[in-house]
Design a binder for this molecule. Structure first.
Ligand code: UDP
Ligand code: MG
Length: 320
């Protein structure tokens, strides 16, 4: 049915300080798109870059009427950039790609073909290895994927990239999930639909530097767990139950000792240890609850996900 008119593919490309990568990306990707039998648009989302990214984008847009840009008023983060792209992409198929060529455009024709064959609603990619990544980062990443899959019903695949192509229905469902604290890998898994996994070998970034420090990634991972799982809260409650039970047993023991052996005043050190230990657990559990309350707080403010200060696309809302 999609064949009567040529289907349209929208590429959403979040860019944050990518002045070196964008020209290479444009060059390589349009080469691939030219070989494909579909209409297309390139929707660059400039996530508050401080370098010349926006100039490069306006320049490309003036030469190529398939190039659109949305430029944020500040850096809102990759998740907001992806969301803004989804809200404003009008293709029958929408794909997300990084600007740094780590998501090979050569895969696009195959991805589109899989979707047009009709059996799948999305084609996602995963890297088969983590070549070129610091070992500690890989180790933490692996533990994160194991943990989040145990504790949440969002199916998050190890090595999954954000690089994926989806049908319109799936994009609309994602746009419908307008939560403020976004974790795309979880959202993709949570909404369901039939996903085809395409493996490929890790490619290193073509220019510029990664925008993710270890700390930023760590916070992102914790956010992902808190957003898609209540298990940490349950752990906190279980800690409480177990500690209450243990203290009850301890109480019986103390009474028993008092009755049978009198009351030698001793055990200062052990008393302090127990108090400190329990205090630590209490603070830890309160911290977990605090994390959830903080998320509830940011959600309840209903702040926009992004603010657009410049764009060349018609009908784009300034805030969204
Ligand atoms: N990015 C963004 N906003 C940010 C950080 C990153 O839009 O705050 C974009 C960045 O320009 C790139 C993509 O997200 O196109 C992936 O970022 P990066 O390559 O730094 O991440 P990595 O591949 O190292 O995980
Ligand atoms: Mg990258």
């Amino acid at each position: 049915m999609e064949k009567q008119n040529k289907a349209k593919l929208s590429l959403v490309i979040p860019c944050f300080n990518e002045e070196q990568a964008v020209p290479i990306f444009y060059e390589e990707t349009t080469k691939v798109l030219a070989t494909m039998e579909c209409e297309y648009e390139l929707l660059f989302v400039d996530d508050g870059s401080k370098d010349g990214t926006l100039d490069i984008l306006t320049n490309l847009a003036s030469k190529d009427d398939k190039v659109y840009y949305l430029s944020f008023s500040r850096n809102f983060g990759k998740e907001s950039a992806i969301y803004a792209g989804f809200c404003n992409a009008d293709g029958d198929y929408v794909a997300v790609m990084d600007a740094d060529m780590q998501d090979p455009p050569a895969l696009l024709p195959e991805m589109l073909k899989i979707l047009q064959d009709g059996e799948y609603d999305s084609v996602a990619t995963r890297r088969m290895d983590r070549k070129g990544e610091p070992p500690i980062r890989s180790w933490f990443a692996r533990r994160f994927y194991q943990f989040i899959n145990k504790v949440s019903d969002a199916d998050v695949v190890d090595g999954a990239r954000d690089f994926r192509m989806m049908k319109r229905e799936m994009v609309d469902s994602i746009v419908g999930m307008d939560e403020y604290n976004r974790f795309s890998k979880g959202i993709f898994g949570w909404i369901g639909f039939r996903t085809y996994w395409l493996p490929y070998e890790n490619v290193e970034r073509v220019a510029g530097e990664t925008k993710w420090s270890f700390w930023k990634l760590f916070k992102y991972a914790v956010g992902g767990i808190i957003n898609f799982s209540e298990v940490p809260l349950n752990i906190a409650s279980w800690f409480g139950v177990v500690m209450t039970f243990l203290s009850f047993v301890f109480l019986l023991f103390v009474i028993f000792r008092r009755v049978c052996f009198g009351d030698p005043v001793a055990g200062w050190a052990s008393t302090i240890c127990v108090i400190v230990f329990i205090g630590g657990i209490q603070l830890f559990c309160m911290g977990i609850m605090g994390q959830y309350i903080a998320k509830t707080y940011t959600e309840s403010k209903h702040r926009p996900h992004y603010i657009i200060s410049r764009t060349n696309k018609d009908g784009v809302g300034i805030i969204g």
